[in-house]
Design a protein around this ligand. Structure first.
Ligand code: PPE
Length: 307
């Protein structure tokens, strides 16, 4: 979790405003009904100044989430892109997490959100290792949740909608209350889906696999980054479903996500994973850090330099 450290500015409905002024009314529609779509993006410091990682892919997903929810934004792709860049500059170009969000605002109540005005904001704050520095380094302990991941007949997992995170929060709280660091959610077919805020990969006999999009997951941008790295590194890769017990018998299991980065899972439901050293995960972590910090020339197209 993160205790928010305020920065100077937040972009809200078309303008940069001072951090304390980015407020909403208690009758903001989205607060009651969860009708909000959002993104999570990171900006890192590189030798050529601050750089936002895969900004265009995040904006694509943001606009797709809005489309899935019939949400009409007053700002297009270019304006949102500009907003992110201006915001990073206004906050001094520090390494931080960016959170674009679009939500049904104040003015109407009741279940048809199309009657409420849509507000758009982009905030940013410094956010360290999501699952802790130690978790990132040594691996986290995970619990397979008794909660089932939402599926596309209930709430579309490919739209990054606030409502999905009520399901995530139930799983996360269950794991923490049982003494674990993080949860793993199964889908309604009983196969492994994802973490509450991360995708999941397993490594077995040097073959890396991750559940396909059809298993009811968010199509993670870090997931896609890792899939491309696997090809670069000549590692065998498959998109396939796997079961809970296949996690137990994996050589390595790992989470991927913008907030989480690449984090090894060292234990699932009390079973230690593999031998305790995670060579594939380590290779991926090194390559990822190089990419986000601008040390991978062949992947420089992923960076939006802000200076
Ligand atoms: N699945 C879910 C459910 C999810 O929320 C995320 C991101 C991912 C997979 C990985 O997606 P990507 O970031 O594109 O690789 N979770 C975001 C929110 C975390 C939060 O607690 O807030 C994130 O990592 O930004």
């Amino acid at each position: 979790m993160v205790a928010l450290q305020p920065l100077s500015k937040i972009w809200m409905d078309g303008a940069l405003v001072d951090w304390p002024d980015a407020r909403v009314h208690v009758l903001t529609h989205a607060l009651h009904y969860g009708y909000a779509v959002f993104e999570g993006i990171r900006c890192h410091t590189t030798s050529r100044g601050p750089a936002i990682f895969r900004l265009d892919e995040h904006l694509d997903r943001f606009l797709n989430s809005a489309k899935i929810y019939r949400m009409k934004l007053a700002y297009g792709r270019e304006e949102l892109r500009r907003a992110c860049i201006d915001l990073v500059r206004a906050n001094g170009g520090v390494a931080a997490y960016l959170r674009p969000i679009a939500f049904s605002g104040y003015g109407e109540m009741g279940l048809d959100p199309t009657r409420a005005p849509v507000q758009v904001a982009v905030a940013m704050w410094p956010w360290g290792a999501y699952l802790g520095e130690e978790g990132q380094a040594r691996g986290v302990r995970s619990l397979v949740s008794s909660w089932t991941r939402v599926d596309s007949r209930m709430l579309p997992p490919q739209a990054k909608c606030a409502a999905n995170y009520a399901n995530s929060a139930l799983a996360k709280m269950e794991a923490v209350a049982a003494g674990y660091d993080e949860a793993i959610l199964l889908n309604s077919a009983g196969m492994v889906a994802e973490g509450p805020g991360e995708n999941i990969f397993r490594v077995k006999n040097n073959v890396v696999s991750t559940p396909p999009a059809s298993s009811g997951i968010l199509r993670g941008i870090t997931r896609d980054t890792v899939i491309q790295f696997l090809a670069d590194e000549g590692l065998l890769f498959r998109r396939n479903d796997f079961t809970r017990e296949e996690l137990f018998t994996s050589d390595e299991v790992l989470y991927t996500g913008t907030a989480a980065g690449i984090t090894p899972i060292r234990e699932v439901d009390g079973r230690p994973i593999g031998t305790g050293d995670y060579p594939v995960t380590r290779r991926l972590q090194r390559r990822y850090t190089d990419a986000i910090e601008g040390r991978l020339p062949e992947r420089e197209a992923w960076l939006t330099f802000v200076r």
